[in-house]
Design a protein around this ligand. Sequence first.
Ligand code: GLN
Ligand code: ZN
Length: 783
Amino acid sequence: VLGLPVPSDGFPPRQNIPGGPARPAATVHGYPRQGPRRELKKAVERYWSGRLTADALRDVCAALRRDVWRELADAGVREVPSGDFSLYDHVLDTLVMTGAVPHRHRAAVEADALDGYFAMARGTQEAPPLEMTKWFDTNYHYLVPELGPDTVFRTDSGKPVGEYTEARALGHDARPVLVGPVTFLLLAKPAPGADPDFEPLTLLDRLLPVYAEVLADLRAAGAGWVQLDEPALVQDQPPAVLNAAARAYRELGALADRPRLLVASYFDRLGDALPVLAQSPVEGLALDFTGPAAANLDALAANGGLPGKRLVAGVVDGRNVWINDLERSLSTLATLLGLAGRVDVAASCSLLHVPLDASVERDVDPQVARWLAFARQKTAEVVTLAHGLGAGADAIAPQLAANRAARASRSGSALTRDPAVRARSAAVTPADAARTQPYAERAAAQRARLRLPLLPTTTIGSFPQTAALRTARADLRAGRIDRAAYDARMSAEIRDVIAFQEDAGLDVLVHGEPERNDMVQYFAEQLTGYLATRHGWVQSYGTRYVRPPILAGDVSRPEPMTLRWTRYAQSLTGRPVKGMLTGPVTMLAWSFVRDDQPLADTARQVALALRDEVADLEDAGTAVIQVDEPALRESLPLREADRGAYLEWATEAFRLTTGGVRADTQIHTHMCYAEFGEILSAIESLDADVISLEAARSHMRVAEELADADYPREVGPGVYDIHSPRVPDQGELVALLYTGLRALPADRLWANPDCGLKTRTWPEVRESLRHLTQAAREVRAKL
Ligand code: GLN
Ligand code: ZN
């Protein structure tokens, strides 16, 4: 397959590139924005606190862009992206480009563009920020544009043109990258005051002239190609959306003076949108060929390819942290050569979703480090593949050999293959993933053991993570205190948390999670198979970066993880203390996962490790165990067709975690949201005895929906909104409990907050929880 002749692409020679069109180019859709030492985060935060001027902030940003372009060019990327940089969020940048500033922020934006930009992102005393939500199925969050029937668009091509011009002045052949018009509208929500059923996509005809103008401005500045990102088209879209996409690209394609257009999709396959884009008059498509998007390959062949068009082939996974299988990618690329006028090589999506550089991870075992590829390493892979595609596999023989050896060391490693873990996983039977008794019997046994009042009160797990707790952790890390001193501080905190809960009259207590830095990292640090990075930051939103752990190998639990703290907490009180674990799906969702085995297999291994923890807790006398799965819904595959299989293994993993307990051990689960419509039957099949959900902001609608669906088990719809510093008064909590009681019988309703209390302060928590127990008592007395 390798070494096929490279067809001439039928395009006029690329500007600035001597040697003409024959060589496939390497490119990327975007690159980490933060800088090697998170310079962007630091500069923006210093600007916010008044310690950096706007000009100085602009200088930092320009230097970061300059360094990225130079780094990419030095690595051999011939067409660098521009405009992918962002001070906060690329969807917010697109909103600015279209002039669709919400009413409430207009004054701020007019007074000062930069401060107005941050006002939309973070809110001000007078005007709340834009809502934030997940960018497709990644852990990046974007700001949601608000559009209504009277939205007026106004072109502001300052950023795209400015950054393109900057790259060009530095001598780069840059390709401006913009969020495409269809995706921009599909990501928006109805503006406050507009009809809640208003569909922003109906604004397409008004929006297209903005894009036309931006394209003309970019063309005038010298841009040869412009990339329009349309990831929304990899979701199941109705004909109306596909028609809108067809219209958008027909119209933009028909513009007289414009750059060549590259429409990019990523995160999944294009499906029905593929022929729509293939038949549009754009000059190129960028497609993802990794994971479920690998189906793009057959679809492309079945559709007759992209004759005369440019294909930017995303064969290097832009979302995981693993080295590519270069031979397999090269063979995919060779197939693609026959399907398009010209083939270039890229990562599947922006490299924004991976950390910058694996080579700075000095703590990772060198044996393992050679399997890792972050943004820099992925860029090098893309360059190697482009070279191999153009010059033949022989030209990259050393890289192929090194890649083969690294992959072999991975598949043969004791870390990735622990025979004991594999044997145990293979021996799992359906019975392991099922409680022995039906719910009704369990409920009776639990009632007899726990003797809880009606409307039992509890919390979701964490109590305030105070500065003192964080300092203790930092002190331990820096060696300023030893483990014993640290443990003593945690024990003291647990004593306080238990004493407070007894005093406030809560029925099912928690230890408060003071020892947890993060609900995933805490467990990842204690499980075999997980790696931690020191510098592996990725942007979560704005200036918030996270360092997700890496699931690298087979998972096992060498020692109990939570037992001693739960046991200690229980020793302080006669009331039941809830054991508290993070569920297997969430342990995967907020980590980088393996790409060398199905997710279902990894989930099962994590579940078995957690199952041991559950068993230890139960043996120690823990009568109530909560397994949090806030990520169950967000991990849903983008395409409906893939969801059944996902929910199957995801719920099995939960049941495998919890299925081994006795009838009188009560299993709780927790999810942080109220919109569970499409996963309702999955929630049922978790078979948890009690579920707590978000409800305060939606006025207990969850309770009604669960009742309508005949949900048979106990429910704790959160009555106290922990996302706000506001202390709810007893009266409103009573009212919410009555709303809950109209939907659910009194013996199946719990009284609890929406979520964990770690982000709140003690004064708020003290007062709120006292109101909660008083409200429950007041309602109980009248039942
Ligand atoms: N038990 C966790 C806590 O209370 C749950 C957090 C979550 O749902 N995100 O903090
Ligand atoms: Zn939650």
